[in-house]
Structure formats: C-alpha cells, structure tokens
Design a protein around this ligand. Structure first.
Ligand SMILES: Cc1cc2nc3c(=O)[nH]c(=O)nc-3n(C[C@H](O)[C@H](O)[C@H](O)COP(=O)(O)OP(=O)(O)OC[C@H]3O[C@@H](n4cnc5c(N)ncnc54)[C@H](O)[C@@H]3O)c2cc1C
Length: 281
C-alpha cells in the first residue's frame, strides 16, 4: 500500500516536472556509440541567434541513462533539472528546429540521459541563446581558420551554414582533428562544401588512422607548425589578416593558443577585441 502511494506520488511529481519540457526530439543520428547529431523541434521559435552561440539543454534527474553509460561521478538528484550548454550547429535562421552535435561523457549526468532519448521524446531547451564565439565579430575579408577536436566542430557547422555564401572574399579553413576516421562527424558536409566553394578548405587529420586513410596523420599542433596553411593555401598566422577560432579539448586549445600567442594573437573579448576566439569543452 505504502509502495503504491509512493509510486503514485512519484508519477504525479514526474508528470508535473516534465511540463517544463518545451521541445521534441526529431532527429538522432548515431555517429559512434558515444557521438550523435541530435535535433529538436522547439514548441516556440527561439530568437534569431548568431552562428557559434549556445544554449542550455535539460532533463530531470529521474530520466533513464543510456545502456552504455557508466555510474555517475556525481549522482543526479531525481527532482532536479540537469542543464548544460551545447553549441548550436544549425544555421542562424533556423530558430525552431535546432541541431546539436553531442558526445556522451559516460559518467556524466546529462549527456548519458540525452543518449537514451528517442524520436518523439520531450526535453527542455533554454530560451536564452548566448556566447561570444561568433563569426560575425570578425572583419569582412579577413581569412578564417577554424580548429576543432571532437564536438568542437559544431559551431563551425553553424558558421558555414550561415555565412559561407556571404564571404566569398575570405579564405576559410576547417582543421578537424580526431583519433579515427569514424570520429570525423560532419566530414561529408565539409567535403561537399570544399568541392562547392573555391574559398573553403577542409583539412581533417587523424592520430590513429587505419591503412585506408590517405590524409594527414598529425596532431593539430604539428600540422600548424609544419606551415601547411601557408604552403597549401597561402594563409599566414598574421593577426592583421587571419582570425583563428579554436574549439574542443582544453589541452589542444591551450597548445594551439600558445602557438598563436607567439605570432602576436590575443584572445577575443567583447570589450577587448582580439583575433583568437576560444571555446573549451
Ligand atoms: C559553451 C559550451 C558549449 C558546449 N557545447 C557542447 C557541444 O556542442 N557538444 C557537447 O557534446 N558538449 C558541449 N559542451 C559540454 C557540455 O556542456 C557538458 O559539459 C557535457 O555534455 C558533459 O555534461 P554531463 O552532464 O554529461 O557531465 P557532467 O556530469 O557535468 O560531468 C561528469 C564528469 O565528466 C567530466 N567531463 C565533463 N565534460 C567532459 C568532456 N567533454 N570530456 C570528458 N570529461 C568531461 C567532468 O569534469 C566531470 O568530472 C559545451 C560546453 C560549453 C561550456
């Protein structure tokens, strides 16, 4: 009897809590067991955002975690909404159907719950869109180098979907580092863009490639040090001419930033404009 009442109370609490959910999952493309492209349709359109910005996604702690997750490092509380920021991969004009590129932190609270969702499930998507990792803050005509590991590629997909047509005078390069070929999310879209736009170049590089890979086999920092940007595309690490975006693992971000500091790059802040834009996650 007591167990039944407890179960009833739990159901009432959960149904009240999920009224906060304001979006429906409409797409889930699994790239690897721990990497997915995730699309939601929000009940209300969001404000127009700037390419590269992020917003919060949330689920309650009572939601189930994925079958391949590991015990939580910090167990979530059932009645609390867990919220984390995610970069939007959609074009800036797509204010209702939003796309994200998400990696599962197996011992994490939210990502392991997001990986358990299916098409049609409900989720909370924040209404405030923020972030200073924005292509629109770079001067027209400057060359743009976008460096990413892992899901750090997401904001660049938004940059390119939103702006590539408008900036024919800028050379734009994406350098995407990963361990294996199958970790290179969005590589078909980036390859297609390279074939379609003469000013866009895609440089994937793998640190643990198999025999069939005929591309670069360097970590990002070594690829930059070998002057491949200068030799192949005539792009120089010159803060007057080229703006750098660096997004992904903090260690890679730190090493690339250090290399750029030697050429006189300074980190961009809204009050103190610089030529180096950083997003760590
Ligand atoms: C501005 C911004 C944009 C972001 N955009 C994206 C995005 O587009 N895609 C995406 O997948 N993530 C993105 N993140 C990271 C995301 O917000 C979460 O931190 C991530 O999903 C882990 O959340 P969690 O609740 O599963 O793990 P948590 O429960 O918060 O963390 C559990 C443990 O894992 C560690 N941890 C947290 N994140 C990572 C990680 N990435 N790798 C290894 N260990 C980790 C934590 O330090 C902690 O010890 C972004 C973060 C920021 C700040």
């Amino acid at each position: 009897m007591c167990v039944e009442r407890w179960q009833k109370n739990k159901e009432v609490l959960e149904s009240m809590a999920t009224k906060l959910y304001n979006a429906t999952v409409v797409g889930k493309i699994t790239i690897t067991p721990d990497l997915m492209i995730f699309r939601v349709d929000t009940d209300e359109a969001r404000e127009e955002f700037e390419a590269g910005q992020n917003l919060l996604i949330g689920l309650y702690g009572f939601e189930k975690r994925s079958s391949n997750s590991e015990p939580e490092l910090v167990p979530a509380e059932g009645d609390k909404l867990i919220q984390r920021p995610y970069s939007i991969a959609s074009a800036k004009t797509e204010t209702r159907q939003l796309e994200f590129y998400i990696s599962q932190v197996k011992s994490g609270q939210l990502s392991s719950r997001l990986f358990n969702l299916d098409i049609g499930d409900r989720v909370y998507v924040g209404t405030k869109i923020s972030g200073i990792f924005r292509l629109d803050e770079t001067p027209d005509g400057s060359d743009i180098v976008m460096v990413a590991t892992g899901t750090g590629i997401a904001p660049y997909i938004s940059f390119l979907r939103s702006h590539i047509v408008e900036r024919p005078e800028s050379k734009m390069v994406v350098i995407q580092g990963a361990a294996h070929r199958w970790d290179l999310g969005y590589s078909s879209e980036l390859t297609f863009l390279e074939k379609s736009f003469p000013n866009f170049f895609y440089l994937p590089t793998l640190t643990d490639a198999d025999d069939r890979w005929d591309g670069y086999r360097l970590c990002i920092e070594d690829l930059l040090r070998k002057d491949i940007l200068q030799n192949e595309f005539n792009i120089t690490p010159d803060p007057e001419r080229t703006h750098f975006f660096v997004s992904g693992q903090p260690e890679m971000v730190g090493r690339v930033s250090e290399w750029l500091h030697d050429f006189g790059y300074t980190r961009h802040h809204p009050d103190e404009p610089g030529e180096l834009y950083i997003e760590e996650f």
